[in-house]
Design a protein around this ligand. Structure first.
Ligand code: CS2
Ligand code: MG
Length: 412
């Protein structure tokens, strides 16, 4: 079964998505997500100009060999662009193999290890009242675990605060906006770590008081703290029993987390911007984290992320795969098949795509009573309507960035 076509489809129904579609000489097609938020066209070029021509004629069943060929023959390894491109090829080939086998992909990965995947959603509010409303709204939608992001007094705009979620009255769907904004330049936001560190524990105290001890609560620090600030934060949130505290440091400096561990037992999650097992080498071996945040889309696909998670399993570290709206339904489905099959599944992030996105990508996965399931269609269970996709051409969009009060650029 040889590959006869590898097409890259760019579409922007509610936001930009890049999808690779591989076709075999038997007429079987497979999809892979290659969306890199705010830098989408770099991956488009990598795939169209450098990878697609190499795929023609390759045996579509040789997934591992194709992965190794693309990774090693380029000489320039790792990095988000390369690894998103390889991920798209890998996932498309798994989709094809599972369709040919007539099975949902999770069956080829070892079969289901559980009945469904616990998902968490994003609650947020500038004020306490808005935050409480947002938590209740998520609970009404079925979410059993909730990420809490909050405004900070004195700061104008903050990461993760949904001015952000829209209710589409015509379809009854709730659409979670991600911070990327269409336009020619990134939006500028402000930041003050000391105000944030003072304010956040008061918010979690109020949330625990209102919603009780049972509800799993998560929080994302979005890479903004130094190691000692991160240690302070993790320690100050300990009484509120978080499910996890995410991205408290930039973590390129993996050793930095030793300091945090010395001061706190708050569980830590890191890795949404990591691309390979090498980015996790120290933090897994030294047990400096509790959850691996990588997405299939940005970590070389199912083949590579499975290896990362198997390594993590030796240290009782679990999965917590990245699932914002900038992961397309194809990438989400890949995460769900992998999450259903592995033993060390932890939790799956799940934000909801808009109705236009759901028309472009027809999906078989379900979200019922707070649990995700990839469905039992052969393959990934996602198909792309190319005509529908063609209605929404690419639009330039950027993630925002931060400056401190004196104008210094800060981690966003
Ligand atoms: C995030 C994302 O979901 C998360 O935890 O940190 O919202 C992230 O900001 C975006 O995916 C960036 O593209
Ligand atoms: Mg995050």
């Amino acid at each position: 079964m040889r590959i006869v076509a590898a097409d890259v489809i760019v579409t922007s129904p509610n936001r930009n998505f890049v999808t690779l579609k591989i076709t075999t000489d038997d007429g079987v097609t497979g999809l892979g997500d290659a969306t890199l938020n705010g830098r989408e066209l770099a991956v488009v070029s990598y795939l169209r100009d450098h990878v697609a021509p190499l795929l023609i004629g390759i045996d579509a069943h040789r997934i591992e060999d194709t992965w190794q060929f693309l990774y090693r023959s380029a000489y320039w390894r790792r990095g988000p662009v390369t690894m998103a491109a390889i991920a798209a090829v890998d996932v498309a080939l798994w989709d094809i193999k599972a369709k040919v086998a007539g099975m949902p992909l999770y069956q080829l990965l070892g079969g289901a290890s559980r009945t469904g995947l616990l998902a968490y959603g994003h609650a947020s509010g500038k004020t306490q009242d808005e935050l409480f409303d947002s938590i209740r709204e998520h609970q009404e939608q079925g979410y059993k675990a909730i990420r809490v992001q909050t405004g900070v007094p004195g700061l104008k705009s903050i990461y993760g605060i949904a001015s952000n979620a829209t209710f589409e009255a015509n379809t009854g769907t709730r659409y979670d906006h991600e911070p990327a904004q269409r336009g020619a330049r990134p939006a500028e936001e402000d930041w003050d770590t000391r105000s944030y560190l003072r304010h956040l524990p008061t918010v979690f105290e109020a949330v625990r008081h209102e919603f009780g001890p049972e509800l799993p609560l998560l929080h994302d620090g979005h890479h903004r703290m130094t190691p000692i600030q991160a240690a302070k934060l993790a320690k100050s949130l300990e009484p509120y029993d978080l499910f996890w505290l995410e991205d408290i440091t930039p973590a390129e400096n993996q050793e930095a987390l030793r300091l945090v561990r010395q001061h706190s037992t708050t569980p830590l999650a890191i890795g949404e911007i990591f691309n390979t097992v090498w980015d996790y080498q120290t933090i897994i071996r030294e047990q400096l984290i509790d959850y691996v945040r990588s997405a299939v889309t940005h970590t070389g696909g199912i083949s590579h992320l499975k290896k990362v998670l198997e390594y993590a399993a030796q240290y009782q570290i679990k999965s917590g795969m990245h699932g914002p709206t900038d992961i397309s339904p194809v990438g989400m489905a890949a995460a769900m098949h992998l999450g259903l099959a592995i033993h060390n599944f932890g939790i799956q992030e799940y934000m909801q795509h808009g109705s236009r996105t759901n028309e472009v990508f027809q999906q078989s996965f379900t979200f019922t009573d707070g649990m995700l399931h990839p469905g039992d269609n052969p393959g990934l269970g996602v198909e792309l309507d190319v005509d529908e996709a063609g209605k929404y051409p690419y639009e330039q969009a950027y993630l925002p960035y931060n400056r401190l009060a004196d104008g210094t650029v800060h981690d966003w």
